[in-house]
Write a protein that binds this ligand. Structure first.
Ligand code: SF4
Length: 483
């Protein structure tokens, strides 16, 4: 039976959430030449910078207003005015994003008024200066990203006159990896759609080595594109919880139709993305995209005997978890526990509908942490964990394979370059999941429908293991391989 549970404990133990300014910082990295100022104490800049550097393996830069005891009491206006001026004079950025923090929100600094005061006294500074509200006690890192997109939609585009279109489609990938953005660009190109990316950090956070180092990383959406985004044919938000509201804002303010879709992970969700582009532009998927879809179907068929019935625990960001849960259900697996750090009833309702549609039983865990997930797994064994690096400790303790997906991946290299979206991303995930299942079976798998455990010597195969052709597909330990 599918149930929704909510963690009521006052303290989070091993939370699966990060700080809200990090989300706005990440989104701002997708704008060419933009610089973020975190209006708070130094640690509010250091923590997101370190976390992002460990995941993306790039130098991540963010400025800080470095609030102290004095500014905490008297307000951070002077620090913020000085920070904007310094950043402008030293870097000449194309845009400045000012993220609030727990501290500056609590002391009540009115960032928008300070920006207005700065612009009045510095008329030569004509670049956009955005204020994004990101106190970490309201929402999570995905909230910060979402708030940035809403601010972009509210303040950046030009007003649009009737019938004035640029023929492009705004695409909001949401919180993904540079590898995902590249895969989405591949699909969009194959559909002959001209995508306007809100925002695009494929190259800014996965760049090459250049000498001399460029003043700003190559790539990113330009300010002119942000201004022009009100003239697009439509907006597609590929995450409901990161970009959905901004897409609706484009509809309300500029009459740009909004399509808020599930993250395109797995077969059905990728079909939905492609069908939506066809609906908007009339363009059909290319032969290449059709071939990728056919290959994905083939992979699902080829691997189903290894995976059917396996139980998975999936944790992380709401859109990612929803997409992954559908994918594993498409593979015939049970997404037994699905967990997010936020308290979203909308997400719980969507997951309940997904469980009904796919005929699976889930525990839908809201506002939960890794400690809570570990307790569940101790009580009810699962075959796989799917999520970011923070699940490593459960995986090690319970000897369960961990499929690394999401943010942060800090204990392995190169995951930011991989894609989990689109047909190719689904094939990659299915390969990873299936290989983890095979690895867990030990050294005796040579056929598809075998269940293996220890038997008396006379009925063993060459490895000292019994082989049953009973059609069960659960992973069982091979005690012989532990000797
Ligand atoms: S104080 Fe708040 S904004 Fe600063 S690092 Fe901590 S959680 Fe993030």
């Amino acid at each position: 039976m599918t149930v929704v549970t909510k963690q009521e404990r006052a303290v989070a133990i091993n939370p699966t959430r990060a700080c809200a300014p990090m989300g706005a910082m990440l989104a701002a990295y997708g704008v060419h030449g933009a610089i973020t100022i975190n209006h708070g104490s130094q640690g509010c800049a250091t923590y997101p910078r370190h976390q992002m550097t460990r995941h993306f393996r790039e130098p991540v830069e963010v400025a800080t207003t470095s609030l102290t005891e004095k500014t905490t009491v008297y307000g951070g206006r002077d620090n913020l005015m000085a920070a904007i001026k310094n950043i402008w004079e030293r870097f000449r950025p194309t845009m400045i994003t000012i993220c609030s923090t727990c501290l500056s929100e609590t002391i009540g600094d009115d960032v928008s008024s300070i920006i207005a005061e700065f612009q009045e006294s510095n008329p030569d500074v004509t670049i956009p200066i955005l204020s994004v509200k990101t106190p970490s006690y309201v929402g999570t890192h995905t909230t910060g990203f979402d708030n940035f997109l809403k601010e972009i939609a509210a303040t950046m585009p030009h007003r649009r006159s009737r019938g004035d279109v640029n023929g492009r489609v705004n695409i909001m990938p949401g919180w993904v990896n540079p590898g995902d953005i590249r895969e989405l660009k591949h699909i969009v190109r194959e559909m002959q759609v001209d995508g306007l990316w809100l925002t695009d950090y494929a190259d800014t956070l996965d760049g090459g080595y250049y000498s001399p180092r460029p003043h700003f990383p190559h790539g990113g959406t330009t300010i002119e594109e942000l201004r022009d985004s009100s003239r697009s044919l439509a907006t597609i938000a590929l995450q409901k919880h990161v970009g959905g509201d901004a897409a609706r804002l484009y509809k309300r303010r500029y009459n740009v139709p909004a399509h808020v879709l599930p993250m395109p992970i797995g077969l059905k969700n990728t079909d939905t993305f492609i069908d939506t582009m066809t609906k908007i532009t009339g363009n059909l998927p290319s032969i290449e995209v059709q071939a990728e879809r056919a290959r994905l179907l083939d992979v699902i068929v080829d691997t189903h005997m290894f995976n059917t019935g396996l139980k998975a625990a999936i944790y992380g960001d709401p859109d990612l978890v929803e997409g992954l849960a559908r994918l594993v259900a498409e593979m015939g697996m049970q997404p037994r526990f699905v967990l997010i750090p936020s308290n979203s009833q909308k997400w719980a309702d969507d997951m309940t509908a997904l469980a009904d549609e796919m005929g699976v039983d889930m525990e839908i865990m809201l506002k939960s942490d890794m400690h809570e997930l570990h307790k569940r797994i101790k009580a009810e064994h699962v075959d796989l964990l799917i999520g970011h690096s923070k699940g490593k400790f459960i995986a090690d303790a319970e000897k369960i394979p961990l499929i690394r997906v999401g943010f942060p991946i800090e204990d392995r290299f190169g995951y930011h370059r991989r894609a989990v979206v689109g047909y190719k991303g689904a094939m990659y995930l299915i390969d990873e999941i299936t290989n983890a299942a095979l690895e867990k079976r030990g050294n005796v798998v040579s056929n598809t429908l075998m269940e293996i455990d220890l038997l008396p010597a006379e009925s063993t195969n060459g490895n000292g293991c019994r082989v049953n052709f009973n059609g069960k597909h659960s992973i069982t330990e091979n005690p012989a391989s532990e000797d």
